[in-house]
Design a protein. Sequence first.
Lengths: 244, 244
Amino acid sequence: MTRRTRRPQAQPTAGTAARGVPEATVARLPLYLRALAGLAERGVATVSSDELAESAGVNSAKLRKDLSHLGSYGTRGVGYEVEYLRYQISREIGLTQDWPVVIVGIGNLGHALANYAGFASRGFRVAALVDADPSRTGEDVAGLDVRHADDLEQLVAEHRIAIGVIATPARVAQDVCDRLVTAGVTSILNFAPTLLQVPDGVDLRTVDLSIELQILAYHEQRKNGAALALTPEQAVELAEAVRG
Amino acid sequence: MTRRTRRPQAQPTAGTAARGVPEATVARLPLYLRALAGLAERGVATVSSDELAESAGVNSAKLRKDLSHLGSYGTRGVGYEVEYLRYQISREIGLTQDWPVVIVGIGNLGHALANYAGFASRGFRVAALVDADPSRTGEDVAGLDVRHADDLEQLVAEHRIAIGVIATPARVAQDVCDRLVTAGVTSILNFAPTLLQVPDGVDLRTVDLSIELQILAYHEQRKNGAALALTPEQAVELAEAVRG
DNA sequence: GGGTGTGAAGCTATTCACAGCC
DNA sequence: GGCTGTGAATAGCTTCACACCC
């Protein structure tokens, strides 16, 4: 989904360990962070890879391999220090810095995103809200003035915004995307159910809510479909197996 | 993220071609469907794998391989008939049937989901809305009465709901999840940023909005970080490469 | 000629299993 | 003794390239 930024054969970046954390690992780091936050809250000071993996919902081999890409932050025979590992992962992801974000499109979803506590708690700061509907501008949402879409470029520059969130109808999403890119935004999270084109150097992730449901429906259908295609005896057997 | 349902060595399901479409393929079928819908709307009757792949944002080899898992729906030397392929994929995913859905938690996000047009247009019917806050029950959202959480089991049974959507705070998500499962729901789409436990036979997908942002932040940081670690000359070179 | 369907090759990710260190 | 970190083995996914059919 992410249009991978093409790069010249990456300068062997000096300094800390191997650059080049696998994409699959990057996608799981936030999971580990969430698990570590939970452990920290419960006052746990040290975890083994088994325990942490369980809290994160992955197996421990995968966890250890993932962490090994970041460096050697554990102690053999002991495990990982919760706060230390938490900091290291945060730093790796970049959450130790401030990320001002603009949300474009303040409909129901934009509202939800603007109020989403999970953003603020992870270094993401909703710095600006923008909507094309003049009747919406000036409205107070999550403690911010909704600004008119015309101000987009100015807001991006003013707040040094690098990340834009598109929560508009699909129809205008490409337009908004182009304007964000032109304004200097280099990472875009898109919730409009449409394919967006971005130039190299701009990262794009699209979350299509209906796609997630469709994937569930596929598996759901197979559960039922399988059952219907079976003899009653087989159906009972399957039901028992499924029930575990 | 999906807890894979463990099954007895799957009865070699009689009838149509090989069961067992790879998970990666399943996740892309909705993309093809979306692309085909766009083409159909523009009156296109036939597409080649090259054209369809472009509309869906994948390469054509992948598209052809994906489609080959469903059957042989194209014509050599010609391409695919848009409406026919669209129907076949819809059927494969299960969108030709009705999927009543319950949404639990009618905050900002629940509101957004209840009103999301992308659901209805794909066979998903929001059949019930549920919230634990008594002051919310009775409220009209998207043409439905919000019902109290106490009615959850009854609503699931009444509407034969197989898919539940959790849009509650993380704190209560496991509770809601357990109740959905007990009530008979076998597919769950979770928007609460927490790890949920479900028994075998229940499919779970979790969408964590902040995780998507974190992944973007990681890459964003590397763009800047790399630039900062370089000499000015290298930075210029990198900037040019990035710009393409 | 043109474009699908598909074996084979290549690549990425996951899992295994154990050496090495505490 | 216990648990991390990691090579080696395996599994899964993507891409190539072309036989085959329209």
